[in-house]
Design a protein around this ligand. Structure first.
Ligand SMILES: [Zn+2]
Length: 133
């Protein structure tokens, strides 16, 4: 997903919304034995006077796989919102850097996908794992 900052500015548009979905790469799924069919992304952006671009977005997806404790089938709906800033200053380590022309959301969305994943996937809240008699 690309935000054409330069083009938007020439049209006098400083803010807008976006929505898209994507299939995550396998190496972006952190919970063992789980998968994500599709991630829905919805958000909005605002281009500021100094050419920085603030982007707020929400990821929604179902994490499917095996319970981390008992290995039963498990599925968890996840929703995660974040706010990031794209700047043109290459020395800015706190924000994402872009070239002043286009913002590519891929890295920010991939980062959010990593942050949004739980440490474990459970079949139900309070699963006690495999019972050993
Ligand atoms: Zn379980």
């Amino acid at each position: 997903m690309i935000i054409e900052v330069r083009k938007l500015l020439t049209k006098g548009k400083y803010e807008g919304t976006f929505a898209f979905d994507f299939v995550p790469e396998k190496d972006k799924i952190l919970v063992p034995l789980s998968s994500i069919d599709k991630v829905d992304v919805e958000g909005k952006y605002e281009i500021y006077d100094d050419d920085s671009v603030g982007v707020t977005f929400t990821l929604k997806y179902n994490l499917k796989g095996q319970c981390s404790y008992c290995l039963a089938d498990a599925e968890q709906a996840i929703e995660y919102s974040t706010e990031v800033l794209f700047v043109t200053d290459k020395n800015d380590c706190d924000n994402y850097v872009y070239d002043g022309v286009k913002v590519d959301l891929k890295v920010a969305v991939d980062d959010a996908l990593l942050f949004s994943q739980p440490a474990v996937l459970l079949c139900k809240e309070g699963c006690e794992g495999i019972k050993i008699n």
